[in-house]
Design a protein around this ligand. Structure first.
Ligand code: ADP
Length: 606
């Protein structure tokens, strides 16, 4: 292949370098809407021009045609890329995808095929001749019908792209308008130049200036999208927040102009988009002037704002964060607004309801405490007098009377027990349970509970074994009555829910903490299911809720024991297996000083 030099190569070479540079710049910013089609446009033009340089540098018809055909790759792609640029640029919500692009690429592919196979049909180039009469050789072509088909198609897509840009220009205001205006101006160059080139006056041009005109367009487009630095910010934000989200999003540039906004934000402002984009925030948020004043220079914020509008209160969550470019410079701010009026209203209603419920609960506890107290006084008298009468009637000769009086006495005792439990629970819940700390011997407490629980053990034919793995004279500093009460509750339950069984009470140091004492009470009774174990320490819980309850009781004992343990900075744990038995571990500090008791005796929630 021999080559010729012509000075016409120089402008095309310069134009191709410019095009390629713009392609690289656009590629680096491909996140920006319109940038990817711009890359395709500029690469197509570069390819077209490079092939064109090689074409006009060739000296034979064959090599001229070869390069002309190669140039057609860029020639057919350029106008389509141009249209995609206009579509994406004027609708910065949807990017053009390969799927949407394919139908528009059918004609270019067809034309490429036609151009490459032209020597078979001459429908694209009717005649081809190499003019060597001048200072350098160049191809002289008579166009065939399919060439004009391609011209029509290219003009079609260019017209559509131009229409999109002009329409956007008239529908936009502020800084965006100027930005689109630059792109609109850019569209004129290829129109004018190409019309001149393919018109009969074409003899004016020895070389085809169309790619150079496209290069001018590309530069203008690039200026349009990058020059104003506006789109620099908005696509960054757009990529991270979806247009359809509920939160209102505004992007504000460093000059406090609104440069982007999503649909939810527009709904908050109730203004057409052309009265928002590109305008200063004071104008856009004219109804919120005090907030504009307050947050005008705030780079970062996350706060609740509240304002009244037409007698209605609105709550918004306002979040402001800075936007940075790749060099870390602040390029603007992202403002997010979330209307949480409903949520806040619901919260307020919930808080009021909770306060009302707590007040009602406190009232209930006070009522229970008072009522239990009231009930206890006459009951004590009933018990006292029935015992007295029992003694007196024992000497009389009525055999039924002492028995009946004893029944009264037992029932009254039972009632007193229930009332005492209720009183204890209401005291604990009202935070009024106090401790009376004293030093006492652990052995004597164990001995006394053994005596008390004996009747229940005997009733169910159970046997109790005590393993006392401590010094017999070990003393404990705690509330003796409450320690007794806990042990009695648990032992009493073990005896109640076991029949003909073995109950073991082990007393030792807590293996995990020597400053604590551990009472372990195991039985081989009815056991508790896994689900029920979880609710065991809740007041009024009873495993057996059948109407024919076999065991009686109120379901208060364990809840009280739990609270008392916690009150003395101890703990109570349970393991159980249905049908096999239960094991309770009670942990209590050997020394419960007043100051280690949790403030105001508050207890954990069950
Ligand atoms: P009460 O014994 O008055 O019903 P408690 O609070 O002492 O109330 O016990 C609650 C429930 O826990 C009992 O009704 C019983 O279902 C279950 N429970 C407690 N201890 C045992 C145990 N050792 N074996 C089986 N079930 C038990």
């Amino acid at each position: 292949m021999t080559w010729q030099y012509t000075p016409y190569i120089i402008p095309i070479l310069i134009a191709s370098i410019v095009s390629f540079t713009v392609a690289i710049l656009a590629w680096k910013r491909r996140a920006i809407y319109g940038a990817t089609p711009l890359v395709v446009l500029m690469v197509s033009i570069t390819q077209w021009m490079v092939a064109y340089i090689l074409e006009i540098g060739s000296t034979t018809t064959a090599s001229n045609l070869l390069w002309a055909n190669i140039a057609y790759i860029g020639i057919v792609l350029g106008p389509v890329a141009w249209m995609f640029f206009a579509i994406e640029y004027t609708n910065p919500i949807k990017k053009v995808t390969l799927r949407t692009a394919v139908p528009f690429l059918i004609e270019p592919a067809f034309i490429l095929l036609v151009a490459w196979t032209d020597n078979l049909h001459h429908l694209f180039r009717a005649t081809v001749a190499l003019d060597v009469s001048g200072p350098f050789a160049y191809l002289v072509i008579t166009r065939g019908p399919l060439f004009w088909v391609h011209v029509a198609y290219s003009y079609g897509v260019l017209t559509y792209g131009t229409y999109r840009l002009i329409r956007a220009y008239f529908h936009t205001s502020g800084i965006y308008r100027a930005q689109i205006g630059v792109s609109v101006l850019g569209t004129f160059a290829p129109w004018i130049i190409n019309i001149l080139y393919i018109s009969p006056a074409a003899s004016l041009f020895i070389i085809d200036p169309t790619p150079i005109a496209f290069m001018v367009t590309g530069v203008m487009f690039a200026w349009g999208i990058f020059g104003y630095r506006l789109m620099d910010i908005s696509p960054v934000a757009r990529n991270s927040v979806i247009e359809q989200m509920d939160d209102g999003m505004f992007v504000v540039d460093t000059l406090n102009r609104v440069v982007d906004i999503n649909a939810a934000a527009q709904a908050v402002l109730r203004k057409p988009i052309d009265r928002i984009i590109g305008l200063p925030i004071e104008e856009v948020f004219d109804e919120w002037s005090h907030l504009v004043e307050q947050y005008r220079d705030v780079e970062r914020a996350n706060t609740q704002i509240r304002f009244s509008n037409g007698g209605q209160t609105h709550f918004y969550n306002l979040n402001i964060s800075p936007l940075h470019d790749k060099q870390g410079r602040v390029t603007g701010r992202l403002v997010m607004l979330y209307n949480n009026t409903e949520q806040r209203m619901a919260e307020i209603a919930l808080r009021e309801a909770k306060e009302a419920a707590e007040a009602a609960n406190r009232a209930k506890s006070t009522f229970l405490a008072n009522m239990s107290h009231e009930l206890r006084t006459p009951l004590t008298a009933i018990i006292g007098y029935s015992e007295l009468l029992q003694e007196q009637t024992a000497v009389m000769d009525d055999t039924n009377l002492p028995q009946r009086l004893q029944k009264i006495s037992v029932s009254a005792d039972h009632l007193l027990h229930i009332i005492n439990d209720l009183l204890d629970l209401s005291k604990v819940e009202a935070g009024q349970m106090t401790l009376s700390i004293s030093s006492f011997n652990v052995t004597s407490v164990i001995e006394s509970v053994q005596v008390v629980v004996q009747p229940t053990l005997a009733e169910n034919n159970n046997h109790l074994t005590v393993h006392f793995n401590l010094d017999t004279d070990l003393t404990m500093e705690a509330d003796q009555a409450k320690v007794r009460q806990i042990l009695l509750n648990i032992l009493h339950n073990a005896a109640k829910f076991t029949k003909d069984g073995e109950i073991v009470l082990t007393v030792q140091h807590d293996p995990a903490d020597a400053s604590q004492i551990m009472f372990q009470i195991t039985d081989n009774g009815i056991g508790i299911s896994e689900i029920q174990v979880k609710q065991l320490f809740r007041p009024f819980f009873q495993a057996d809720l059948s109407p024919t309850r076999r065991y009686g009781g109120t379901g208060l004992g364990l809840a009280i024991s739990y609270h008392l343990c916690k009150l003395m900075n101890g703990d109570i744990q349970v393991q159980s297996k249905l049908g096999e038995g239960t094991c309770f571990n009670i942990f209590l500090p050997l020394v419960t000083s007043e100051k280690t008791i949790s403030a105001n005796g508050e207890t954990a929630h069950l």
